[in-house]
Design a protein around this ligand. Structure first.
Ligand code: ACM
Length: 687
């Protein structure tokens, strides 16, 4: 047996041989592990188990439905082209049915030999995780696909590994949620945080307060309770918990539109169809508010079996309360004032509200979660804090004795790189937390807010980047971080996810076809591949007026959240710019790297001529014409610089100045998208 110890070994191997990695990618794919997340320990052997025929399941007599179903799915996915059952077996043994809501063990061992596969785990949850690993093991050879001989011992680093899906801003139909649950299962994420209500929509049927969904959802789209149960069953069969979020006291315009008696001030509310935060909040001073919430929670806590329940609490600046004399008087009467004894303190009122909601949830046996804004010295310790505004929220929460989750750094909607999420660790080696405090860090959640993601483009905004978060939360903390190896495996995962039914690759291509109309899609693809939507919250602030009804079918929506073409371009650039011409130790760059870069730049340069007529003829593309022209400009810089590097020439001051101007201009966004290759071009140019 050859030992290959997950992240460390392969990380070093790749860090040493970046060029080798680029040159030998096809050969490496045969041997390097493709698992994501990496298991705690894996020893690979030389043997192979061919997958021509289906594996024969050997299950315990007492097998539960979730394991039986999962084994069936795995066998089908391993050998999709056959119904023939071979002699090789898939033997499954486990101690008992696992309870995910109790953070039951997910540990497993998985052995593949040329004779068959065996899985052993203390609980059924470990079996489900082992099957996810098994589905990522197949490799191609001349005869078809095979499983490599391997012995894996694995367990998660964090118990809570979530994905938040915002189904309130844009409604996400059941089929969309289900295929994303399949994606979650593939990377061992185990909590779906279902954000069901927000200003723009109340997306779940209440039988007690039906106006919530009929009036509160501006487009009339919501989950029936039967559909919710269907999703819960689908998730449970994959060992995934579902934690609902009913965001209060702010983010509640939809509630107030439906039931005006909840309002803090007496204005008339219309359905809210924009995206910016409203700071509208329900009235925490009236007893009728709690009667309402109690009835709603009685209904919803019965529907969702998980013992955890998210009550939101984010983004309430208190303006709604401070501007209502009745509420101000109530706060003064209850001594909710700052040190001067007069100015009312919104935070005290929010804490009062949280305590009331907490008490209601506790009556229903639930543990409450809330966003980091609700943290304060008077908040009872059992409330779990989810940190989104920064790492500080996580550390402050556990220092005050709260269990906590990290989401800051894992916001997929901000279109940041997979690497940035990957390098965000809830407990980095330099964590300021004591061992006892560290135990309170339950894990984290990737978050997919949906202002700029409808049900069509959602998958492409989540995947494959959520895989980077999944690995950070599952795999042991590595001694060395190998971002390059993470990306290699993320690409393998991306292909696997499409076979599971996710549409992150298909849908952008379909959008491009729509936009190209009768024209050729190829030049549009060449441009869009190196575009990314603008980062962070910039899409709100670039002069384009979005509403809930704005279609998300522009080039900014087809563009990848993180451009893989641009990333590879940057890797190639890194490989040729180690030493500048004129500096000691300069060597001309390797011809192969130069040839690849030159071919890429020539394609970009030629693309603009092909694309401009299409863009001029199609009004929905015209706004992106400047980006195509600027890409040609960047390509010109790349070509000139490669010639300089090959000749060992230092650039003239005039060339540098002109290049700086070209690249500065190329960085400007258009249509809420930007070129993703400018930074690497700058590096290549020596700027
Ligand atoms: C949040 O992103 N407002 C929790």
């Amino acid at each position: 047996m050859r030992k290959a110890d997950g992240a460390q070994k392969w990380g070093k191997w790749l860090a040493l041989g970046l060029l080798l990695g680029l040159l030998t990618r096809p050969a490496m794919a045969q041997t390097a592990p493709t698992l994501l997340p990496l298991p705690a320990e894996a020893r690979y052997g030389q043997g192979r188990l061919p997958l021509k025929a289906a594996l024969k399941p050997l299950l315990p007599a007492s097998v539960d439905a979730a394991v039986a179903g999962a084994v069936g799915r795995t066998i089908g996915r391993l050998s999709p082209a056959t119904k023939t059952v071979g002699t090789a077996t898939l033997q499954v043994r486990y101690g008992r049915v696992g309870r995910p809501e109790k953070f039951d063990e997910e540990r497993y061992s998985l052995r593949v030999t040329p004779m068959g596969v065996s899985i052993d785990a203390p609980t059924s949850l470990g079996v489900l995780r082992a099957l996810a690993t098994l589905e990522q093991l197949p490799r191609p050879d001349k005869k078809g696909r095979y499983l490599p001989e391997v012995d894996i011992q694995d367990q998660p680093r964090f118990a809570w590994r979530g994905l938040l899906i915002d189904a309130a801003r844009h409604f996400m139909p059941v089929a969309v949620i289900k295929r994303n649950l399949d994606g979650m299962a593939a990377v061992k994420l185990n909590v779906l945080h279902w954000h069901l209500t927000d200003d723009q929509g109340f997306r779940i049927e209440s039988k007690v307060f039906p106006r919530l969904q009929t009036v509160g959802s501006t487009d009339g789209l919501f989950y029936t309770q039967a559909e919710v149960r269907e999703v819960l069953a689908y998730a449970a069969a994959r060992g995934i918990r579902v934690v609902p979020e009913f965001d209060m006291p702010s983010h509640t315009t939809s509630w107030i539109v439906a039931y005006p008696r909840l309002a803090s001030n007496d204005s008339v509310y219309a359905p809210y169809t924009k995206w910016r935060t409203t700071n509208v909040a329900i009235d925490p001073t009236r007893e009728t508010t709690y009667t309402f919430i109690d009835s709603l929670l009685t209904e919803m806590t019965a529907l969702f079996p998980d013992p955890y329940f998210h009550a939101g609490g984010d983004e309430n600046d208190g303006r709604n309360w401070r501007r209502t004399p009745r509420i101000v008087a109530w706060m003064q009467a209850h001594n909710m004032t700052k040190a001067d004894g007069k100015t009312v303190d919104k935070h005290q009122l929010q804490t009062y509200f949280n305590r009331r909601v907490l008490a209601l949830l506790q009556q229903h046996g639930k543990t409450m979660l809330g966003w980091d804004e609700i943290l304060g010295p008077d908040l009872p310790k059992e409330v779990i804090i989810q940190s989104w505004r920064g790492k500080k929220g996580l550390n402050d929460a556990v220092k005050l004795g709260h269990p906590a989750l990290l989401s800051s750094g894992y916001y997929l909607d901000l279109n940041l790189t997979a690497a940035s999420s990957y390098l965000t660790d809830p407990l980095p080696p330099d964590t300021p937390l004591t061992p006892a405090e560290q135990k309170l860090v339950l894990g984290g959640e990737a978050a997919m807010w949906a202002e700029f993601a409808d049900s069509t483009v959602l998958d492409s905004r989540i995947w494959p980047r959520a895989g980077a978060v999944a690995e950070r939360l599952w795999s042991p903390q590595p001694a060395t971080q190998s971002v390059a190896d993470m990306y290699r495996r993320l690409n393998v995962l991306s292909a696997q996810l499409e076979t599971l039914g996710l549409r992150h690759r298909r849908v952008p291509e379909l959008l491009l076809k729509q936009l190209a109309g009768t024209g050729s899609v190829a030049p549009l693809r060449t441009l869009t591949e190196v575009l990314e939507p603008v980062k962070e919250y910039k899409r709100h602030f670039q002069g384009f007026d979005y509403t809930t009804a704005t279609p998300l079918n522009r080039l900014a929506d087809a563009a990848p959240a993180e451009s893989e073409v641009a990333r590879r371009f940057a890797v190639l650039v890194d490989s040729v710019v180690t030493v500048r011409p004129g500096a000691p130790g300069f060597l001309p760059p390797a011809p192969r790297q130069v040839a690849l870069l030159r071919a890429q730049a020539l394609r970009w340069q030629a693309n603009d001529v092909l694309l401009q007529p299409l863009m001029a003829a199609n009004p929905s593309l015209t706004e992106y014409a400047p980006l195509s022209a600027r890409l040609a400009g960047v390509a010109g810089v790349v070509l000139a610089r490669l010639t300089q590097l090959q000749a060992g020439q230092a650039p003239s001051a005039a060339w540098l100045a002109a290049t700086r101007a070209t690249l500065d201009a190329a960085q400007a966004p258009a249509g809420q998208a930007e070129l993703a290759v400018v930074k690497a071009a700058r590096k290549l140019a020596g700027l």
